[in-house]
Write a protein that binds this ligand. Sequence first.
Ligand code: FES
Length: 153
Amino acid sequence: MGSDDDFENMAWEIQQKINYDEEKTYSKKVIKEYRNPSNFGFIEKPDATGQIKGSCNDTMKINLKFRNNVIRDARFWTDGCGATIACGNMLMKMVKGKTIKEARFISKKDLLNALDGLPKEHLHCAKLAIDTFRSTLDQLEKKLNRNDHELKY
Ligand code: FES
C-alpha cells in the first residue's frame, strides 16, 4: 500500500527535479525538439548518407532523400546527448525543401539561433550536426556528379 505511493511520489519528485534542471539549462525550443524528435530515425533507400563522430566521441548519422533539385526528406540518428538530438531534429526541419546550395548556407550559428542557443559546453553538439549534414551533402553531390538521372527529376 504505502510503499507503492512512496515510490510514485519519489519518482514524481525526481522527474520534477529533472524538469527543473533541464529548464534551467536549456531553452524551451531545445527541450521541445529533444522531447519530440519527429525526424529521428532512418530513410528507407536514402539518396545520401553521412556519418561523423564528434569531439565528444558521440556519433551522428544523416539520411537524405533528394528529388526535383530539393531535399525532400531528412532524418538523423545519434547516440549523443539531448542537445544533439535537438540539433539534429531542428536541422532536419531547416533543410527540408531546400536546394543543395541553400542548405549549404545553413551555419552552426543559424542552427543555434533557431534553438535559442545552447550552453557553452554543448556548442560542439551543433557543430556535430552541421558537420554531419555537410558531409551528407558531399555524398549527395558526388552522386549527382555521377549523373544519377533519377535524383534530378
Ligand atoms: Fe556528445 Fe552532445 S554530442 S555531448
